[in-house]
Design a protein around this ligand. Structure first.
Ligand SMILES: C[S@@+](CC[C@H](N)C(=O)[O-])C[C@H]1O[C@@H](n2cnc3c(N)ncnc32)[C@H](O)[C@@H]1O
Length: 244
């Protein structure tokens, strides 16, 4: 199985964060539709938890990068911005710019997310809203959440994270949350993730329902659908089989 966090940083999974309005667009939801308890898995420096907590939603964020100090996280973000900014400028045509306008608009959203995150993080870390943890084993009880989001980790890093990792990760997410949404469903190189179909079949064999739905957002060309998986009564009964 791939060891994702061994490559934490630009060489592997890039740690930069998005705003709550971006998450809602990725996942095809409006803020008032969020259920009681929400997990942001692989949250990194996203401001989703900060913004939604302020809006009264009970959110937890989990990410292995929370083991780092704040200065170390800031350094990682600055490195990410440098490299991604350059890549975006040279590969403009691989993206649809309607949502952000241009590279500056995109980077502005990233800066806002980071500042909202860093403002909320010290207190949120103390009170347990931000937890250090990583897939495929999360520090939460079974059925702890109504909904879990996984933004820009699974499927996107299909080359870095193998199928076995994806299956274990989705098993774990559907253990801790009644519904899981993953976005995007394409790999970093812009091709459809090779893991989607095997993940869908794996979950459905375990009585987890899967739907792939259009969302009103497209930045990487072709990344305009969300992967939804939710447990049924049967899947709750057959939970002990999931790890097999
Ligand atoms: C591209 S960032 C996305 C951050 C956030 N979800 C967003 O969309 O703004 C990917 C995040 O996944 C985290 N990550 C890497 N390996 C992970 C794992 N095994 N389990 C959970 N998160 C992981 C990284 O630390 C990083 O913060």
């Amino acid at each position: 199985m791939s060891r994702p966090t061994a490559r934490l940083g630009l060489a592997g999974v890039t740690p930069w964060g998005r705003r709550a309005y971006e998450y809602l667009a990725f996942f095809g939801l409006r803020a008032h539709q969020l259920p009681g308890t929400v997990l942001d898995c692989g949250a990194g420096p996203s401001s989703f938890t900060a913004e939604m907590t302020r809006a009264g939603v009970d959110v937890r964020a989990v990410d292995p990068c929370y083991r780092l100090s704040i200065p170390a996280m800031r350094r990682m973000l600055a490195d990410a911005e440098h490299q991604i900014g350059e890549a975006l400028a040279t590969e403009r045509d691989r993206f649809v710019w309607d949502f952000y306008g241009d590279v500056n608009g995109l980077l502005a959203a990233r800066h806002q997310a980071a500042e909202l995150f860093f403002r909320d993080y010290p207190q949120g870390r103390l009170t347990g809203r931000y937890l250090c943890g990583e897939l495929p084993s999360l520090p939460f009880a079974t059925s702890r959440f109504d909904l879990a989001f996984c933004s820009h980790l699974l499927f996107l890093y299909s080359q870095e994270l193998d199928l076995e990792f994806h299956l274990s990760a989705l098993s774990e997410l559907t253990r801790v949350a009644a519904e899981v949404r993953v976005f995007p469903m394409i790999s970093l190189d812009g091709t459809p993730s090779p893991h989607v179909e095997a993940c869908r079949q794996f979950l459905e064999r375990r009585n987890v329902r899967v739907a792939i739905e259009a969302v009103p957002f497209e930045f990487q060309r072709g990344a305009d659908r969300v992967f939804r998986a939710w447990r049924t009564a049967d899947s709750r009964q057959s939970r002990r089989d999931w790890a097999t």
